[in-house]
Design a protein around this ligand. Structure first.
Ligand SMILES: Cc1ncc(COP(=O)(O)O)c(C=O)c1O
Length: 491
């Protein structure tokens, strides 16, 4: 990339505004080309560890460098070491597309650069966040009242939700006295299925509940939490003098996108006074399509819910929504106001001080990009894209089940398919696992697609995830022929 930007053109303290205008146009052009041409790059970076570090100077420049030199390094060093999440060939993990309106929202948020710690420090960001999350609440069909905040990730949102759940056990006075060295404290326990995300477990580590404080509940044949086993576990724990305090149900598990039976789990939580947190980080967005709204059935009874617009709502990472029906408990868990942050506003939900609802003081204006995504597409188009992703998954699942040497390893209720090659007569589990691992490596090395894997009941599964905004039918056909080609090559 060449150009005539003079990085030396400077305004006192910053780039000259006209030089910035010129540079911003260059970067906008560059990103437009990147998004248009993203399919020409290998989806999974072929970089070897150290390649970026080795190509960059070990010390910072002492004097100004031109933008051209920086952009050249981006093209020559960073792009080859980039795994292209923006590519429609990206079918690993869960998709995370930064759509154009989302990218524009990020740009504006960086330009404003407000810190939304207090209403006073960012009235627009604070209130826009409330309005946008109320729109999103309506889009996924959840009833009022629901207070929402945007965090960086679902891992943070779930951590905060479980901190609130712990705080709800107010007689234990953990906020004031902590948990260490307290013989008066019962062992505490929360529950999630065998398929729940590792962030649920990590939250227990951070909160001092410990990994032992999470009891994993078995799943049924469709990878959904077994509520009978949950009830049994709660009863056993209570009988043993352990204090249950929360259940995490998942709407769209990481491996197979299974949806736990939230109504039955909610009933148990209500009966035992447990906080119900619903991890809908991936699956929640599906509820925007009316026919998929069932994924959040029962979530209206939850104390807290997490949905990540940065997964399946075309909003650039990071953007994780945490809603709660009990904002006063979340606030009681986290609010601490040093003198320098005291203000006259911030005492009610019309003008909340968002620093009160999590560990971070400083907060970015994350709502802007989500608001722009929703306004640009409108709810109908968002629902349509999500619907199409699910149709792509159904098409692939149907194809797999008709091929004699492939099989499905799980139902595909949303946009992800778990499958494996299983040639007739080849039944040794180790050999099958090795074969499927080779297929994944083969597909990923070819560069057109990037798929990931999981283990289901010990079997290595190839995991194909749709959800990229730019995917089309041709990508579904493409991954089918990549699977066919790979098994023919390595089988
Ligand atoms: C179901 C589920 N919950 C939570 C997470 C964690 O998400 P984040 O990266 O936003 O912390 C994931 C990640 O894929 C997930 O699949």
């Amino acid at each position: 990339m060449t150009g005539d930007i003079e990085a030396g053109a400077r305004h006192p303290g910053d780039m000259d505004p006209e030089a910035y205008r010129h540079a911003a146009r260059r970067v906008a052009d560059w990103t437009a080309d990147y998004l248009r041409d993203v399919e020409r790059f290998p989806v999974l970076s072929l970089a070897v560890p150290g390649s970026v570090r080795g190509g960059l100077p070990a010390s910072p420049p002492q004097h100004t460098e031109p933008l051209d030199a920086i952009l050249t390094d981006i093209e020559q060093l960073l792009i080859p070491a980039t795994t292209h999440w923006q590519s429609p060939g990206f079918m690993a993990y869960f998709a995370s597309t930064g759509s154009a309106p989302g990218i524009l929202g990020e740009t504006l948020a960086a330009a404003f650069n407000v810190n939304a710690m207090l209403w006073r420090t960012a009235p627009a960001a604070t209130e826009l966040e409330q309005v946008t999350l109320d729109w999103l609440r309506q889009m996924v069909g959840l009833p009022e009242p629901l207070f929402g905040v945007i965090n960086d990730t679902a891992s943070s949102s779930t951590l905060y939700a479980l901190a609130a759940a712990r705080e709800a056990q107010s007689d234990l006075r953990i906020r004031e006295l902590g948990m260490a060295g307290r013989p008066d404290l019962p062992r505490m326990r929360y529950y999630a299925s065998d398929e729940a995300h590792s962030s649920v477990e990590k939250a227990g580590i951070v909160l001092g509940i410990g990994r032992d404080g999470l009891r994993r509940i078995p799943v049924d044949e469709r990878f959904r939490m077994d509520p009978v086993a949950l009830r049994q576990a709660i009863h056993e724990d209570v009988a043993a003098g352990i204090r249950p305090f929360a259940v995490v149900a998942t709407a769209g598990t990481t491996s197979t996108t299974s949806v736990d039976p939230i109504p039955a789990i909610a009933a148990l939580c209500e009966q035992h006074g447990l906080w119900l947190h619903v991890d809908a980080a991936y699956g929640g967005a599906a509820a925007i399509a009316p026919e998929l709204r069932w994924v959040l059935d029962g979530a209206e009874r939850a104390d807290s819910i997490v949905v990540n617009p940065h997964k399946w709502l075309f909003t650039p990472i990071d953007c994780s929504v945490l809603w709660t029906r009990r904002p006063e408990v979340l606030r009681a868990a986290f609010s601490i106001v040093p003198e320098y942050l005291t203000t006259t506003e911030g005492s009610d939900q019309d003008a909340p001080n968002l620093m009160d609802y999590g560990t971070s003081l400083g907060r970015r204006m994350r709502a802007l990009k989500l608001w722009m995504v929703i306004r640009h597409f409108g709810t109908d188009a968002l629902a349509q894209r999500i619907r199409e992703h699910c149709e792509y998954a159904s098409t692939l699942a149907r194809w797999v089940s008709t091929e004699h040497d492939f099989e499905l390893l799980a139902p595909a209720p949303l946009s992800v398919v778990c499958l494996r090659a299983h040639p007739p007569g080849l039944d040794d589990p180790g050999t099958l696992n090795a074969l499927n691992q080779r297929i994944v490596e083969r597909i990923n090395a070819a560069g057109q697609f990037f798929v990931s894997h999981t283990k289901l009941r010990g079997d290595y599964a190839i995991r194909v995830a749709f959800g990229n905004l730019r995917q089309e039918q041709r990508h579904v056909r493409g991954i089918m022929s990549a699977l066919r080609g790979a098994i023919d090559d390595v089988g």
